[in-house]
Design a protein around this ligand. Structure first.
Ligand SMILES: CC/C=C\C/C=C\C[C@@H](O)/C=C/C=C/C=C\[C@@H](O)CCCC(=O)O
Ligand SMILES: [Zn+2]
Length: 677
């Protein structure tokens, strides 16, 4: 490990998203002993932490307490060095409920620099990190399922921790589950004959409920921040796709998942050429049930992905390239606080585009994909408050989930792209390797990044003209770079042709045959068309939408990216015929990238406002708690159904007056998920 590897907490910026005190003490190791109780939908756990005390002037005896983040945990007991300890939980601030309560553990007469803290606790129904799925929400329909999503600050609802990315710890885990289930974690298995083998059923015993259980064992020897702690338990199968890569999913999907992500070994090899050797041993992929709220989550050793990537033709596998790239940017070099999130995501998008350009053997793909990213950036800048359009957002004690958008991804990418253009590709390639090598196992801020860049190029290239201040601290869009539009031109021309048809009465339907186009081309066409309608501040007409349906049948697309974009255009056009398709789409998968804009668009439209609220209320249990919270906020729906109704009524929406079409359409979602198609 390099010097950056040591977490020198005294020099860390204060993290506004955590109530813990890492400047006084930090966790270096966790042993997590947990039992998954599907009947009660809770986790009963004992967490044992090795904690290094720092204190004032490096005097451990000055540390009076250790403060940990928790959220809705039932804490049963706390021991310090095997002796019962006094602890208290602060009352959560309702204005900042995402921060949870601080667990303060008193240290008495301590002179040791390293102590052990053991906490017995149980999670509760309010655990925002976990979604407990009933059998009906799984592909197999036989058994329940649980999965977690901790980024950004949900780990505290799963275990007491220093829920700030600046604190990195190794972990070991022993997880007891029903004997039909398999447990996977963001770690290496200790159960197989070798660490690479799928775990055989390890030990069996009877727990208190007389259910036969199996215990799985894991270790994560590379220190991780709390947001990368992850777990899934369900009926799972696996298939090897390379010596270090295996896919996991419910049994009926595993071949499809193996086919879709077969390129992952190649992604890793290209990423290694761009950065440095892969550090995590294994790179496995878990394809989750459809309510997983993100495209992918870079949990170390085990990326989590949404099944909406299963297009059947590998056309959406760039999300896996993205998650694989996080093995360096984010997981190895980690944003010190969430205000520097762009360093996780901007770098990851940059590496992802380099990887895909190499895999497609086409340099021009880099700009082609960046053009799509530019549109996402524009949309986010229009939608988000100014404070969140800065690359270093003013997060304060606001909820990081509220600040999440494409901005850190795409503005961050464009900052790196401008730097690359300034110094040249070759030099930037060398800088990339130097950067990951310097900060691996450590944490990074925007200031550290700027300093490292400037000193790296000192005397080599004049980089003094780069306007860091505007890039990092000013709101809004950066200046648009001159992207190479060779690959996008045809897609943009077709979009222009549809706009012309839309504007000229009796015009000709464009004749371009797109049946052989790649998904990326189709998506670029739809993005360009959306951009053009936004620029002229007028949606497409109903006639144009009808002609598009006839020409391309995108309303029936099996590709989630294509279907999503077409649905957005049709809703904006006021096409009530698209509503059943939209409802089916937003009630059979819970990926926020698709679900949130569609709910918002429906909610904004005259035809869809009541439908949106009613559909959400009828299906809210289907969504992961994070998605449910975000959609509810987007539509000002309250926490409970009654609350939602009263809030909606205050906004002038009568939920009683929902038409038959709405009820039928909402039922479609439920029936489809129950497999009644
Ligand atoms: C500037 C914002 C500051 C902090 C926010 C950090 C995390 C926020 C949070 O809401 C978690 C995000 C997790 C993202 C996981 C995966 C994404 O790459 C998915 C992107 C969308 C998709 O493809 O579905
Ligand atoms: Zn990412």
């Amino acid at each position: 490990m390099t010097a950056a590897a040591t977490t020198t907490t005294s020099r860390l910026a204060r993290d506004p998203s955590s109530l813990s005190n890492p400047d006084q003490a930090h966790i270096t190791h966790l042993f997590w002993d947990a039992s998954i109780n599907f009947d009660e939908q809770l986790i009963i756990a004992k967490a044992t932490y090795t904690v290094q005390l720092v204190g004032n002037n490096d005097d451990p005896s000055s540390v009076k307490n250790v403060k940990l983040d928790t959220s809705h945990l039932d804490i049963h007991s706390v021991h310090v060095n095997d002796t019962p300890a006094t602890f208290s939980l602060t009352v959560p601030d309702h204005q900042k409920s995402h921060l949870g309560s601080c667990l303060e553990i008193q240290l008495l007469d301590n002179t040791l620099s390293t102590i052990t803290i053991t906490i017995s606790y149980t999670t509760t129904k309010q655990c925002s990190a976990a979604q407990w799925l009933p059998p009906a929400q799984t592909a197999g329909k036989q058994h329940p399922y649980i999965f977690t999503q901790c980024q950004a600050i949900h780990a505290r609802s799963l275990l007491p921790c220093q829920d700030c990315p600046s604190v990195k710890f190794e972990y070991e885990a022993r997880v007891s589950v029903p004997d039909w289930a398999t447990c996977v974690m963001s770690a290496l298995s200790k159960d197989g004959p070798s660490k690479n083998a799928p775990p055989p059923p390890p030990t069996s015993n009877d727990d208190n409920n007389n259910t036969t259980t199996t215990t799985f064992h894991f270790h994560q020897p590379t220190p991780i921040p709390s947001y990368l702690f992850a777990l899934a338990v369900g009926q799972l199968s696996s298939m090897d796709i390379s010596p270090r890569c295996r896919v996991w999913s419910e049994p009926s999907m595993v071949s499809a998942v193996a086919f879709e992500f077969a390129q992952v070994e190649q992604f890793l090899e290209v990423a290694e050429e761009l950065t440095l050797e892969y550090q995590w041993g294994r790179y496995d992929i878990l394809c989750l049930p459809p309510s997983f709220p993100y495209g992918g989550m870079e949990n170390p050793c085990l990326t989590f992905v949404t099944p909406t990537l299963l297009a059947g033709d590998r056309s959406l596998a760039d999300v896996v390239a993205h998650e694989a790239a996080h093995s360096w940017s984010g997981n190895l070099v980690t944003n010190e606080t969430w205000e520097h999130f762009w360093l996780n995501e901007g770098w990851t998008v940059f590496l992802q585009r380099k990887i895909m350009a190499k895999v497609y053997n086409d340099d021009k793909f880099f700009d082609f994909d960046a053009i799509g990213g530019w549109k996402d950036l524009k949309d986010s800048v229009e939608e988000m408050p100014d404070a969140y359009t800065k690359l270093i957002p003013e997060l304060g004690d606001g909820d990081p989930d509220d600040a999440f958008s494409s901005i850190p991804y795409e503005k961050g990418f464009n900052l790196l792209y401008s730097l690359e253009r300034m110094v040249g590709k070759d030099k930037f390639g060398e800088f990339t390797k130097a950067y990951f090598n310097e900060f691996k196992f450590g944490v990074i801020t925007s200031e550290k990044f700027q300093n490292f860049f400037e000193s790296y190029f000192e005397g080599v290239v004049d980089v003094s003209s780069f306007d860091w201040e505007t890039w990092l601290r000013q709101p809004g869009m950066p200046e648009e770079p001159k992207f190479d539009r060779t690959l996008s031109a045809e897609c943009e021309e077709l979009a222009q042709a549809w706009i012309s048809l839309d504007e000229i009465e009796g015009g000709e339907t464009p004749s371009t045959n797109i049946s052989e186009w790649s998904t990326a081309q189709t998506v670029t066409f739809l993005d360009a068309l959306t951009n053009m309608t936004n620029d002229r501040s007028k949606p497409l007409s109903l006639e144009t939408i009808e002609s598009m349906k006839e020409a391309y049948s995108m309303q029936q697309s099996k590709n989630s990216e294509v279907l999503h974009r077409f649905c957005m255009l049709a809703v904006a056009a006021g096409d009530s015929g698209i509503i059943p398709t939209v409802i089916r789409f937003i009630t059979t998968q819970g990926r926020m990238k698709f679900v949130r804009p569609l709910y918002r668009a429906l909610y904004k439209s005259e035809m869809g406002k009541e439908i949106a609220v009613k559909t959400f209320l009828a299906n809210r249990e289907f969504y992961h708690p994070i998605a449910s919270k975000m959609v509810a906020t987007d539509m000002s729906v309250g926490k409970t159904e009654e609350d939602g109704e009263s809030k909606s009524k205050k906004k002038g929406i009568s939920l009683m007056a929902v038409g038959a079409v709405v009820v039928v359409a909402a039922a479609v979602g439920i029936a489809l998920r129950r497999g009644k198609r």
